[in-house]
Design a protein around this ligand. Structure first.
Ligand SMILES: [Zn+2]
Length: 469
C-alpha cells in the first residue's frame, strides 16, 4: 500500500515520498487573528488534522507548523477600529482559536509561530531578494517582489504570464488572479498603521502577509520541506507568492506537495455575512451542537469537494454518533465474557483495516474510510446478536476501533453513556418506592423509564441504567 496525494502543483495524484525517511515537515497556513474563525476556516483545519493523523497512522513522525498571522491589513484595521493596541487585540483571538480547535478535537501542531515574533527573519529574506535582484524599492518606499524576474511565477495557480503587465504593483495583502502584479514584501509605514511598525533597512514599516509564511515555514522546517496546505482561496496569491519569494531567496525548491481543500458552502450558497449564513464555531455551539457533531459533518466530505453545510446535515450527525456510542457500550459489556468468541472477528478486523487504510491512503478518502467502519459496525452488531463475541474478541474489536480513531478523532470509544437527569431522577424515585414497598409506583416508574428508551439492569454492584438498543 502506498500513500497518495493530489498535488496542486502538478494537478495529479502522486505517490508521497518524504524528503527524510519516516519524517514529514508540514506547514499549514493558520488563522489571521482578527476575529473568531468561521466554519469555512475550520474546514481547512479539520482537513489538515486528518492529513496529520493519516501521516502518523502511516508511521511518519510529523512536524507541523501552523502560523498565527497577528499583523496584516485586517488585524491593523480592526484593532484600530476597536481602539486597541495590536497585541491585546490579537491575543483575544489567539486564545479563542486554541479553545475552538480543542472543541473540534483537532490535534495540536508542534509549532504555532506568531508573525510578530519573526520580523527579523522576514527582513533577512527581503534583504537577500533585493541583493539578488528579485525585489526593488518602489516610489512609495515599500519593497516589492518583481514577478517578471522569477520565471516560475504562476507555477502553482497555473497562470499564463503572457500578456501580464510588467511593473504593475499591488500593495494589499489580498488580491485576485485578475490583478497579477508585483506584490509587497515590506510595506512602508503609513498613517493608517498607527503605532504598528518595525525598524528595517528600508525605514519604518511592516511585512506583507505572504513573506510571513515564507519566513516562519523555512525557519522551523528548513528551506525545502514536504507538504504545504491551506484552503483553495490561499492558492493565489498567497501560496504563489510564497513559492516565488522563498525559491528566489534560497535558490532551492520550497515545497514538494501542495494540498488545498475546497470551499465550504451553506445551503448551496457562498457563506457571507450579508446573506446571514455566516457561522462561527461559537454560534453553532450556542445553538446546542457539539464540537464532535460539527467535526463529524465537516470531515465526512472529501476535502477536495465542496462541502455543503446545512443544519439538517448537522442534526443528522447526532443520530449517527448516538448509534456509534451505543455500539461501543454494547461491545464493552462483552469484555467480561469468558469465552473467546468467533474466529470471524480476526478476519473482519483484518479486512476492515485493509479497506480503511487503502481509503485514507488514497488522497484521504475519508468517506470511504467511514463506509468501511459502518460496514464493520453492521457485521459486529450481527455477531453480537448471534452471541458470537466473547471477551477476548471484544477487546480486539475495541482496540482496532481505538486504532482507527487515531485518524477520525471522533469515535470516542471510551465515552460512557450519559443518562439524562430526568431518567436518573425516576430511577432514584423507583428505588425509594421499592424501599417503601410501594410496588405500584415502582412498576409505573419502570414503565415510564422504558417508554423513554432506557432500562434498569441489575448488576453485582447494584443497578445501572442503559439505553434500550
Ligand atoms: Zn500562509
Amino acid at each position: 500500500m502506498s500513500l497518495k496525494f493530489y498535488n496542486t502543483l502538478t494537478r495529479t495524484l502522486e505517490e508521497f515520498k518524504s524528503i527524510e525517511p519516516g519524517k514529514v515537515g508540514l506547514y499549514t497556513c493558520g488563522p489571521t487573528v482578527y476575529n473568531y474563525a468561521h466554519i469555512g476556516n475550520f474546514r481547512a483545519y479539520i482537513f489538515e488534522d486528518i492529513l496529520r493523523r493519516t501521516l502518523k497512522y502511516c508511521g511518519y513522525q510529523v512536524t507541523q507548523v501552523m502560523n498565527l498571522t497577528d499583523v496584516d491589513d485586517k488585524t491593523i484595521r480592526d484593532s484600530r477600529e476597536r481602539g486597541m493596541d495590536l497585541d491585546s487585540f490579537t491575543s483575544e483571538y489567539k486564545k479563542a482559536f486554541f479553545n475552538d480547535i480543542e472543541t473540534l478535537g483537532i490535534e495540536k501542531a508542534e509549532h504555532y509561530p506568531e508573525a510578530t515574533k519573526h520580523i527579523g527573519g522576514m527582513i533577512k529574506i527581503i534583504e537577500s531578494l533585493i541583493d539578488k535582484g528579485f525585489a526593488y524599492i518602489g516610489d512609495d518606499s515599500s519593497v516589492y517582489f518583481s514577478i517578471e524576474k522569477f520565471p516560475n511565477y504562476g507555477c502553482l495557480a497555473h497562470i499564463d504570464m503572457e500578456g501580464q503587465r510588467p511593473g504593475a504593483r499591488v500593495s494589499a495583502d489580498e488580491y485576485g488572479k485578475e490583478s497579477v502584479a508585483d506584490f509587497a514584501l515590506w510595506k512602508h509605514w503609513v498613517e493608517d498603521d498607527g503605532d504598528v511598525f518595525w525598524e528595517s533597512p528600508w525605514g519604518r514599516g511592516r511585512p506583507g502577509w505572504h513573506i510571513e509564511c515564507s519566513a516562519m515555514s523555512m525557519t522551523l522546517l528548513g528551506n525545502h520541506f514536504d507538504i504545504h496546505t491551506g484552503g483553495i482561496d490561499n492558492m493565489f496569491p498567497h501560496h504563489e507568492d510564497e513559492i516565488a519569494q522563498s525559491e528566489a531567496s534560497t535558490g532551492e525548491k520550497f515545497v514538494n506537495y501542495w494540498l488545498h481543500c475546497s470551499h465550504l458552502i451553506v445551503n448551496g450558497e457562498k457563506m457571507s455575512k450579508s446573506l446571514g449564513n455566516f457561522h462561527t464555531l461559537r454560534d453553532l455551539i450556542d445553538k446546542g451542537y457539539s464540537g464532535r457533531e460539527i467535526r463529524w459533518l465537516i470531515m465526512s466530505a472529501h476535502y477536495r469537494q465542496h462541502l455543503n453545510f446545512t443544519f439538517d446535515g448537522l442534526s443528522g450527525t447526532r443520530s449517527v454518533l448516538q448509534r456509534i456510542d451505543e455500539f461501543f457500550i454494547r461491545l464493552k459489556e462483552l469484555l467480561k465474557e469468558s469465552d473467546q468468541g468467533d474466529d470471524k472477528v480476526k478476519e473482519l478486523i483484518a479486512d476492515t483495516e485493509f479497506r480503511f487504510r487503502s481509503s485514507i491512503e488514497d488522497d484521504l478518502n475519508i468517506s470511504a474510510a467511514l463506509a468501511s467502519f459502518f460496514d464493520f459496525m453492521k457485521e459486529v452488531n450481527k455477531l453480537m446478536d448471534a452471541k458470537k463475541i466473547g471477551g477476548a474478541a471484544a477487546e480486539d474489536l475495541l482496540n482496532f476501533c481505538r486504532n482507527i480513531d487515531t485518524v477520525f478523532g471522533a469515535l470516542q470509544v471510551e465515552k460512557e453513556d450519559e443518562v439524562p437527569a430526568d431518567i436518573l431522577q425516576m430511577v432514584e424515585d423507583r428505588i425509594q418506592a421499592r424501599t417503601d414497598r410501594d410496588f405500584a409506583t415502582a412498576d409505573r416508574l419502570r414503565d415510564e423509564i422504558t417508554a423513554k428508551g432506557w432500562k434498569i439492569e441489575d448488576t453485582a454492584k447494584g443497578h445501572r441504567v442503559v439505553r434500550i438498543n
